[in-house]
Ligand binder design. Sequence first.
Ligand SMILES: C[S@@+](CC[C@H](N)C(=O)[O-])C[C@H]1O[C@@H](n2cnc3c(N)ncnc32)[C@H](O)[C@@H]1O
Length: 318
Amino acid sequence: MDNIRTWTAEDEAIIGTNTDATECKRCAVEFGYWKDDYITYFVKHVDRKAPEINRGYYARVRAIEMFIHQFLERCGTKCQIINLGCGFDTLFWRLKDTTQAVGNFIELDFPAVTAKKSHIIKRNKQLLQKIANEDGEVMIHDGDLHSDGYHLAGCDLRCLGEVRRKLAAAGALAAAPTLLLAECVLVYLRPDAADALLRYFAGEFERCTLVVYEQCNLGDKFGEIMLRNLSARGCLLAGSRQCGAPAEAAERMRALGFDCAKSWDMAAVWAALPEDDRARAEALEMLDERELLQQLHSHYALTVATRGDIFADIDLNA
Ligand SMILES: C[S@@+](CC[C@H](N)C(=O)[O-])C[C@H]1O[C@@H](n2cnc3c(N)ncnc32)[C@H](O)[C@@H]1O
């Protein structure tokens, strides 16, 4: 079905945001902000990014990781992670190198992205060997990659029927403790489509934690400029209307069926990171535009929402 569907120019621009994110992550990794032995397989060369961009990406990756670890500490590894709009994220491989590799890891993105990711995985032994089961078996079915504990499937997150089918093929279990990741993805969906997707997860997955990272406070001048710059590149941010104050993002999650939700702008998240982490990151590069970093921090938010008993006490300092 994916072969006959036509994707719009806007979809193509959205798909392109994965390249930006991967390049920015690789640049920050090269500067030593965090360790990622796998990102070089997904992007070969990057130009140097501004220090505030590197620092912003560090805050993003570190903050999401903080909740991933909190979740895994509570649930153990007999759980599933569903990475929505996964792009070329390397989390699966990074977790494999720790004691926190999870039972089932499912990644969803547009078929154009998952096909490329799948191709890169197949070509690189270091990636492939962490995916294959004991018999070295990896199945490719309808362009999707399936193995024991890792699934990469192409779909449009705006089509709930497709999402359900891909999750079923990937062995997702509604009753299993589930961590849902949505790192810079929901904002590309129209609010009704994003709401339907989130309502589905909140309704069906009785023990799930959702971690969302995306823009907030877009109603001010800085937000307007961000939107204008993205729109000049063909990305209209269909969900930008939902990017108000962080408290509104938390309220939205509760209205969609999550039991509790909290949201913070990245300035608050940064301040809550351990002092050692902040000091180490701050020593890596001189910051020319401190003001710009503050603006960026106040226009991105981390939202955590839960269903069930896993995370009755969501907190940055837990
Ligand atoms: C900014 S990138 C982020 C990638 C990854 N989550 C990260 O943070 O590195 C946004 C990703 O969401 C995906 N995406 C956006 N809208 C989508 C949709 N309707 N269906 C599937 N994937 C989508 C894009 O293809 C892209 O890979």
